[in-house]
Ligand binder design. Structure first.
Ligand SMILES: NC(=O)c1ccc[n+]([C@@H]2O[C@H](COP(=O)([O-])OP(=O)(O)OC[C@H]3O[C@@H](n4cnc5c(N)ncnc54)[C@H](OP(=O)(O)O)[C@@H]3O)[C@@H](O)[C@H]2O)c1
Length: 241
C-alpha cells in the first residue's frame, strides 16, 4: 500500500470520478475525507464501501461553490497530505443563450471553488503533499455550447502550473488530470446516444473512459513515484484523435 498514514480530501467524492478516486486512494491505505454537497446517501455508501474493505474514511459536507462552506469544511480538517479538486460540472447551451447565471455557476465551482479550496488546504497540507486538479480535454476548445466549461478547465490548467511554483520548495506537487469523456452521470446527462457513440469512436480503444481509468492515474500522481512530476497536465483520453 503506497498511501499508508496519508490523509486525503476528495471534493465531490460521492459520485462519478471522485467516488472512484476516493475508493482507490483508500485502497492504497489513505484516510479519505469524502466531500459531497447534495447526495449524502451516496457519500455514506462510499465510506461504507471503504470501511467494508478495511479502509478508513469520513463524509464531509460542503458546497464548494460557496466560500463560507469551504471555510467551514476546513474547520473539520486539521492535517492533509492529498487534495483532489474533483468537484465540477459542465453545462452546455447554445452560445447565444449563455447568460450570467450559466457563466457564474460554472466559474464559481470549477474555478473559484477549486482556487479557494486549494488555498485553505495549503495551510494544513504537510510537506511532500499532493494536489491533483481534475480538468478536462475540453480546455482545448469546444463548440460555442461548451465555451464556458472549456474556459473553466483552461483556467484550472493555468492555476495548476502557477501554484506549483509557489509550493515546490515544500516538496508539494500540483498536477492536473484531463479526462476525455468518462461514463458518469454528468456525461450521461450532457450527451445523447449518437454523441456518445461518436466520442467512443474517437478513442483508439473505441470506448468511453471509465472512472477507474482516471482514479488509477490520480493514485499514481499521489504516490512517491510521481515526486518529479509537477505543474503538468496529464491527458487521459484513451488516445482521442
Ligand atoms: N464525466 C466526464 O466525461 C468528464 C470528463 C472530463 C472531466 N470531467 C470532470 O470530472 C469531475 C467530476 O465529474 P463527474 O463526471 O464525475 O461528475 P458527476 O458524476 O456529476 O459527480 C459530481 C460529483 O461532484 C459533486 N459536486 C457537484 N457539485 C458540487 C459542489 N457544488 N460542491 C461539492 N461537490 C459537488 C457531486 O456531489 P453530490 O453527490 O453531493 O451531488 C458528485 O460527487 C468534474 O470536475 C468534471 O468537470 C468529467
Amino acid at each position: 500500500m503506497q498511501l499508508e498514514n496519508k490523509i486525503a480530501l476528495v471534493t465531490g467524492g460521492s459520485r462519478g470520478i471522485g467516488r472512484a478516486i476516493a475508493l482507490r486512494l483508500a485502497s492504497e491505505g489513505a484516510f479519505v475525507w469524502v466531500n459531497y454537497t447534495k447526495h449524502q446517501e451516496a457519500a455514506h455508501e462510499v465510506v461504507a464501501q471503504i470501511e467494508a474493505a478495511g479502509g478508513h474514511a469520513q463524509t464531509v459536507h460542503a458546497d464548494i461553490s460557496d466560500l463560507g462552506q469551504i471555510e467551514t469544511l476546513f474547520g473539520n480538517i486539521e492535517a492533509l497530505d492529498i487534495l483532489v479538486n474533483n468537484a465540477g460540472y459542465g453545462d452546455f447551451v447554445p452560445f447565444d443563450k449563455i447568460d450570467a447565471a450559466h457563466f457564474d455557476g460554472m466559474f464559481n465551482l470549477n474555478v473559484r471553488g477549486l482556487f479557494f479550496t486549494t488555498r485553505h488546504a495549503l495551510r494544513v497540507i504537510r510537506d511532500g503533499g499532493r494536489i491533483v486538479n481534475i480538468s478536462s480535454i475540453a480546455s482545448r476548445g469546444f463548440s460555442g455550447e461548451g465555451a464556458v466549461y472549456a474556459s473553466t478547465k483552461a483556467a484550472v490548467n493555468a492555476f495548476t502550473t502557477a501554484i506549483s511554483k509557489d509550493v515546490g520548495a515544500r516538496g508539494i506537487t500540483v498536477n492536473a488530470v484531463s479526462p476525455g469523456p468518462v461514463q458518469t452521470e454528468l456525461f450521461d446527462v450532457a450527451f445523447d446516444d449518437e454523441a456518445k457513440k461518436r466520442m467512443a469512436s474517437n478513442s483508439v480503444f473505441n470506448r468511453i473512459g471509465q472512472t477507474d481509468d482516471i482514479a488509477d492515474i490520480v493514485a499514481f500522481l499521489c504516490s512517491d513515484g510521481a515526486r518529479w512530476i509537477t505543474g503538468r497536465e496529464i491527458v487521459a483520453d484513451g488516445g482521442v484523435i
